[in-house]
Design a protein around this ligand. Structure first.
Ligand code: NAP
Length: 249
């Protein structure tokens, strides 16, 4: 297998499960050294660290709250100390607190905006330092098709995911001259623990409504990340790639 990321250092937030985990595993298979974070899943973090090391790469999990500005800055300092630099940042950590606007509390709004949007600001700002120094980098931010088209019952989540798109396009414009690229992935319906809690009848209806007639897998999203992280996408920045089986067409 041709490895696309040999020797590169990636930082992935929220990789203890779901899409983030899929990204960490695929990137290790492609020769990247993987630094990753989680919030509460300590056991799963340790398991993943060992699984990644089995690919012969350097790997380390950090317990770090992406929503915390100071913690994000300290995390990047620690990763640079442990790995030497950061070539690729994937802002994947995210949460949902779904409810209709009528019932949505200030806390539900703030939690989602902080975990999904402020986190992207925190980590992107912190990785600027090593990326500017080496005059290269690829930043990939995880939005959602919901951030592009909206969704009833997810006003907080959709706002956070739409915010990521405006933020990423601005960063692409600011940092392009330094050879730092910034792109967005907007997954559709990806079957993970986040979606496992949903009513199975609803899930079946969603699958039927997707042109490719299935939910996506974490690997489907990880493959798109691999493209945007690698030199294959060297002339692509400021773009939103929908990974949604044709759902948003
Ligand atoms: P998931 O299975 O719920 O996993 C979320 C991950 O984020 C976990 O590793 C969790 O760590 C971590 N996390 C949550 N808050 C964090 C914080 N404040 N700091 C650090 N880590 C934090 O979610 P997923 O389905 O894989 O989704 C991953 C991303 O894709 C999210 O941004 C989500 O919005 C987006 N997305 C998902 C779908 C989908 O259909 N699944 C669709 C569109 C977009 P712990 O395990 O420690 O809690």
């Amino acid at each position: 297998m041709t490895q696309l990321l040999t020797g590169k250092v990636v930082l992935v937030t929220g990789a203890s499960r779901g899409i983030g985990r899929g990204i960490a595993v695929l990137f290790a298979r492609h020769g990247a050294n993987v630094a990753f974070t989680y919030l509460s899943s300590v056991e799963k973090g340790l398991e993943l660290e060992n699984e990644l090391k089995a690919f012969g790469v350097n790997a380390k999990g950090y317990r770090s709250d992406a929503a915390d500005f100071k913690a994000a800055d300290e995390l990047v300092t620690a990763v640079v100390a442990d790995f030497g630099t950061i070539d690729i940042l994937i802002n994947n950590a995210g949460i949902t607190r779904d409810t209709l606007l009528m019932r949505m509390s200030e806390q539900q709004w703030d939690e989602v905006i902080n975990a999904n949007l402020k986190s992207v600001f925190n980590l992107t700002k912190a990785v600027q330092r090593p990326m500017l120094k080496q005059r290269s980098g690829s930043i990939i931010n995880m939005s959602s098709v919901v951030g592009v088209k909206g969704n009833a019952g997810q006003a907080n989540y959709a706002a956070s995911k739409a915010g990521i798109i405006g933020f990423s396009k601005s960063v692409a414009l600011e940092l392009g001259s330094r050879n730092i690229r910034c792109n967005v992935i907007a997954p559709g319906f990806i079957e993970t623990e986040m979606t496992g809690a949903l009513d199975q009848k609803v899930v079946e209806q969603w699958r039927e409504g997707i042109p490719l007639k299935r939910g996506g897998s974490p690997e489907d999203v990880a493959n798109a990340c691999l493209f945007l992280a690698s030199d294959l996408s060297g002339y692509i920045t400021g773009q939103v790639l929908n990974v949604c089986g044709g759902m948003l067409t």
